[in-house]
Design a binder for this molecule. Structure first.
Ligand SMILES: [Zn+2]
Length: 260
């Protein structure tokens, strides 16, 4: 045994130390090389487009990202809602309640009650309803599937003939075909539902030149209904408003479905 001779355990330590040094050297050389390679790839390869809304990732690093699912095509949202306009006759802040009964009941009250019931029934069916006042600013160039103004007739006793309802459209219609259909549907369904008779003979220029017809867009079909006479038809108008509303709704639906 000489001074230069190392014991076996010492040789083993020396060998392990050498190996560790080699590994460390390898890591020190390999890491910068890999970084350079990645950098070069990133500069050469364009970024992957990625899904809409997903972050863009450099192609070489894309494998690090979770796969993105291709979104299903969605339906284009409809821009034309199923909108219907209802005017509650004589409603709003102006001094004309329409017909007034001896006990103070006004046409405006009756109209409002019926219009609100019609609106509810249509909303249940999925329509967007604008409940408008008599001189509502929204009437200007109003665009919808239709506009219906709801009124009622005199509360004076005229004669035994003063019973029944009336429906009319503007005299000089821009969409006569549609408006005639609307009028016919309302007459037919309302008469069937309520049992009231169509009172054709007393349609006045007040109805055929109703102010609202000249305010709405000319492409919007419009009509006005006098639901009954407040004197002789008072009972059905005030005691069975749901029936009255149902008759109007059925007329509207008839029109919307292409009837009568
Ligand atoms: Zn009126």
């Amino acid at each position: 045994m000489t001074l230069h001779d190392k014991p076996e355990s010492s040789l083993f330590r020396w060998d392990a130390l050498n190996r560790a040094r080699q590994i460390a050297l390898g890591v020190v050389i390999l890491v910068p090389v890999m970084m350079v390679v990645l950098l070069v790839c990133a500069l050469v390869v364009p970024p992957s487009p990625g899904a809409a809304g997903a972050p863009h990732v450099w192609a070489p690093l894309a494998f690090l990202m979770p796969p993105t699912a291709t979104p299903f095509p969605t339906a284009t949202p409809t821009l034309t809602p199923l909108r219907i306009g209802l005017v509650a006759g004589h409603s709003g802040r102006y001094n004309d309640p329409g017909a007034v009964c001896a006990d103070g009941l006004t046409e405006a009250q009756v109209n409002r009650d019926i219009a609100e019931r019609v609106a509810s029934l249509l909303q249940i069916r999925g329509y967007t309803v604008d409940l408008l006042e008599e001189f509502d600013p929204r009437l200007t160039n109003y665009q919808a599937l239709l506009l219906l103004s709801i009124h009622a007739d005199s509360c004076e006793y005229i004669n035994e003939e003063a019973s029944g309802f009336k429906v009319a459209r503007v005299l000089d219609s821009k969409v006569p075909e549609a408006e005639d259909r609307l009028v016919h549907c309302l007459i037919d369904r309302y008469a069937r539902r309520t049992g009231l008779r169509f009172h054709a003979n007393s349609i006045t220029p007040d109805m055929t030149s109703y102010h609202g017809f000249y305010e709405i867009a000319s492409s919007t079909p419009g009509a006005i209904i006098e639901t009954g006479f407040l004197y002789l038809d008072r009972e059905i108008l005030t005691q069975q408003p749901d029936l009255i509303a149902q008759g109007i709704v059925e007329g509207i639906i008839c029109f919307l479905l292409g009837g009568p």
